[in-house]
Design a protein around this ligand. Structure first.
Ligand code: C2E
Ligand code: MG
Ligand code: MG
Ligand code: MG
Length: 276
């Protein structure tokens, strides 16, 4: 103001535009759920040693009426800061639960679907709500039909009841997967404090996987230590046959990536599995 009217020193037009986009997307996210603009797609998780596909990850998609397909990388953070992720995440879980019920009947009795759960959902007080375990129970499904994907940041966040939440999941038989492993600050030994079932090696390590590389040494070390601690390993972002072969040789348990399949509609995943 001191510099005179109609002047913007720090709040540049670009920043203003970004802020406006945020406000607009927050508003649109709210109506989007009611207007059924969201869809869940599924990406197969392949057993690298046997080739079997008995697992898939649920990933949300948003078909915005004007903007078209909006990537989760751009709307999940907005859903988190506005708190809308609680309702959106609950919706994704319920879709995944209905889907795994069908796939356990049609594809494999042990089929499992992984669902991403944001730290915001853990911090939200949902004591008045039915838990995921209750919901699965009502469908006649065991806890082991769902895997919850969390990120390292959640585990480092002390002072909340995250540990208790994870214990509750474990008691219900719901497994826990640590997503994007290697991008945060937790050590594998630290993970022993929590009941983690799967480690997902972040795609940034898989991307440059070639023989005799540092990334290969890192992947091998993660796999050996995870196994010593009783955890299974899933490699994310497997795009080439060479990456797959190196991972198999390194003893990696599962792979997920465009080499096998992109995330797809539920009907397509069924066809994919039946054609394998
Ligand atoms: P994420 O959980 O780590 O999911 C893996 C991401 O990698 C997905 O991106 C997937 O499409 C992509 N991907 C899989 N294979 C490959 C590959 O071979 N190459 C490359 N370059 N990418 C691959 P997507 O679907 O865009 O999701 C991005 C992120 O958004 C997710 O990362 C997750 O953090 C978040 N997200 C997606 N759906 C949900 C949800 O329902 N709830 C929450 N809380 N977060 C979600
Ligand atoms: Mg994930
Ligand atoms: Mg467990
Ligand atoms: Mg990931």
């Amino acid at each position: 103001k001191g510099a005179g009217r109609n002047r913007f020193s720090f709040f540049t037009p670009a920043l203003q535009e970004a802020a406006q986009t945020r406000v607009r997307l927050t508003h649109d996210l709210r109506s989007g759920l009611a207007e059924q603009q969201f869809k869940v797609v599924y990406q197969p998780i392949v057993n690298l040693q046997t080739g079997a596909v008995h697992k898939a990850e649920a990933l949300i998609r948003w078909h915005h009426p004007k903007l078209g397909l909006v990537s989760p990388a751009s709307f999940i953070p907005i859903a988190e800061s506005s708190g809308l992720i609680v309702d959106i995440g609950e919706w994704v879980f319920q879709q995944a639960a209905s889907q795994v019920l069908q796939w356990r009947q049609r594809l494999h009795p042990d089929f499992q679907i992984s669902v991403n759960k944001s730290p915001v959902q853990f911090h939200h007080d949902d004591s008045h709500k039915a838990t995921w375990a209750d919901h699965l129970n009502a469908l006649g499904l065991p806890g082991s039909s769902i895997v919850v994907e969390i990120t390292e940041g959640l585990l480092l966040d002390t002072g909340t009841r995250v540990g208790d939440h994870l214990l509750e999941l474990g008691d219900a038989g719901i497994q826990v997967s640590l997503d994007d492993f290697g991008t945060g600050y937790s050590s594998l030994s630290y993970l022993q404090k929590f009941d983690i079932d799967f480690i997902k090696i972040d795609q940034s390590f898989v991307k440059h996987l070639i023989p005799a590389s540092t990334d290969l040494a890192l992947c091998k070390a993660i796999i050996v230590m995870a196994h010593a601690l009783g955890m299974k390993v899933i490699a994310e972002g497997v795009e080439t046959a060479l990456q797959r072969d190196l991972l198999i040789e390194a003893g990696c348990d599962y792979g997920q990536g465009y080499l096998f399949a992109r995330p797809m509609a539920a009907e397509d995943l069924e066809l994919y599995i039946q054609s394998r």
